[in-house]
Design a binder for this molecule. Structure first.
Ligand SMILES: Cc1cc2nc3c(=O)[nH]c(=O)nc-3n(C[C@H](O)[C@H](O)[C@H](O)COP(=O)(O)O)c2cc1C
Ligand code: SF4
Ligand code: SF4
Length: 374
């Protein structure tokens, strides 16, 4: 049984018409300003609501008719672009058969094959387990590309130590885009009174906490493939969108923060993006796409660089101005911050760990190259 399952919604691709959206997904060089202009919140809502409704049924329930009937009103009212996210079956022919039923409704603009559901039991080769097997990813994409006329992408799992082989396998099979990624397979916790699990099975962890995990994968994959990437993991602010673009993403998807804050949150994200593009005088997001990638290196290379130590801007530090705040002292485990009685930094003890910089509420601390002795 296959449902239409992704709750992820697409930014900025969802605001484009069919021809444009296909361009965005199939080429890195479109999307930018055009995507930011002409936003219509209703079309987002429609697209998401349609996908949500489709989740309630299965394609097989009514041979694709359920899908067609639930999405049609949205499409007639708006030109909402719907991307069908289809759970991959172990036999790719079955995935293709289900996807073909959807394609034949004429209601979707492209497909995302989900090989990344975090919930399956360890012994079944579905969900994130399939998404850890490059050969399976290759086979799924190959068969779907052969069976369908619409673009086909694949939604990969962050529950892996290295996503690159799966991304490369999907690319070599002709994937039109890579979604990176799904939620992280996790455990929801224990009720300390009863000792019972809060959820009796493993599930997916999503939202801001997974952004660093997804960013790691996006940046590693972006340097290894040419296929457009749709980043999905913890996008909550417009800055998150920009970060993912700078790490090489072509579009981003948002799920948890929309669930928390409602569909209106898109407007805040888009307004932030527009203001940012104006302030930075950007014509297109292409101008920043991948900007960060050349600056990412290995920890071994970083270790060869001159050491950094913390420095305080006295005019900002509230402790130096009037006493009180001692927050940075609480996080320094290297004995590099003293209060005697006012803040005093001891550079020779500083490890350059950056914790004090992160915690200072007024941005008074920064890391600078250590002064050479002598
Ligand atoms: C309640 C819930 C249900 C989800 N269901 C699906 C699903 O059926 N299929 C899928 O591909 N992803 C599903 N996801 C994953 C999201 O589409 C998204 O990949 C993930 O949550 C990471 O993005 P986020 O941090 O913006 O939420 C679900 C997420 C949540 C929170
Ligand atoms: S950078 Fe780390 S070691 Fe240095 S002062 Fe700050 S917290 Fe202490
Ligand atoms: S956290 Fe910032 S403001 Fe507070 S004492 Fe440290 S440097 Fe000063």
């Amino acid at each position: 049984m296959t449902g239409i399952t992704s709750l992820g919604v697409y930014l900025p691709a969802y605001r484009l018409d069919r021809d444009e959206i296909v361009k965005v997904w199939t080429g890195r060089s479109t999307g930018g300003t055009k995507a930011v202009a002409g936003y219509d919140e209703d079309s987002v809502t429609m697209a998401v609501a349609a996908v949500r409704e489709c989740m309630q049924g299965s394609v097989e329930d009514a041979e694709g008719l359920y899908f067609a009937s639930t999405t049609a009103p949205y499409q007639e009212k708006q030109s909402a672009a719907i991307i069908a996210s289809v759970v991959a079956q172990p036999d790719p022919d079955e995935t293709a058969r289900n996807a073909k039923l959807i394609e034949d409704t004429g209601k979707v603009v492209m497909f995302e094959i989900n090989v990344s559901c975090p919930m399956p039991a360890d012994q079944s080769c579905v969900g994130f387990l399939m998404g850890n097997d490059p050969e399976s990813c290759h086979r799924q994409v190959k068969v779907l590309k052969k069976s369908l006329s619409l673009p086909v992408g694949i939604k990969l799992t962050p529950t892996t130590h290295n996503m690159v082989p799966m991304a490369q396998a999907a690319e070599s099979a002709g994937a039109d885009f890579l979604t990176i990624g799904n939620s992280v397979r996790s455990f929801a916790g224990v009720d300390v009174k009863t000792g019972l699990p809060k959820l009796a099975a493993y599930g997916g962890y999503s939202g801001p906490a997974i952004k660093p995990i997804t960013q790691r994968h996006v940046s590693e994959v972006a340097r290894a493939v040419k296929t457009p990437i749709s980043a999905c993991g913890g996008v909550t602010t417009w800055e998150d969108v920009v970060e993912y673009m700078m790490l090489g993403a072509t579009t981003v998807q948002v799920c948890t923060s929309i669930m928390w804050q409602g569909y209106g949150h898109f407007q805040a994200l888009l307004k932030g993006l527009e203001d940012y593009m104006d302030a930075e005088k950007l014509e297109s997001l292409d101008q920043i796409r991948g900007k960060t990638l050349p600056h990412i290196t290995t920890i071994e290379e970083v270790a060869k660089r001159p050491p950094l130590v913390s420095r305080v801007a006295p005019e900002r530090c509230t402790n130096l101005k009037r006493g009180g705040c001692k927050l940075c002292g609480k996080v320094c485990f290297y004995g590099a911050i003293e209060f005697s009685p006012r803040l005093k930094l001891i550079p020779e003890n500083c490890d350059g760990c950056n914790l004090c910089v992160e915690i200072c509420p007024v941005g008074a601390l920064s890391l600078v190259p250590a002064q050479k002795k002598g």
